[in-house]
Design a protein around this ligand. Structure first.
Ligand SMILES: [Zn+2]
Length: 60
């Protein structure tokens, strides 16, 4: 079964160089695992990337 939902995993890169995957529909703030900088904050059911975070790619 293939389900198409709005929820995706995003690979984001922090300003410190760390890359990690975050859930686009996370309900809690996401912080960098290396430098602890905020990478994304929940907003209206979808996270918004912080300034220090760069979207590398959307994971299928
Ligand atoms: Zn970082």
């Amino acid at each position: 079964m293939k389900g198409r939902t709005k929820s995706q995993f995003w690979r984001v890169k922090c300003a410190c160089g760390n890359e990690q995957n975050i859930f686009s529909a996370a309900t809690t703030p996401v912080a960098c695992l290396v430098c602890n900088a905020p990478l994304a904050t929940p907003r209206g059911g979808r996270v918004q990337l912080a300034e220090k975070a760069t979207l590398v790619k959307v994971l299928e």
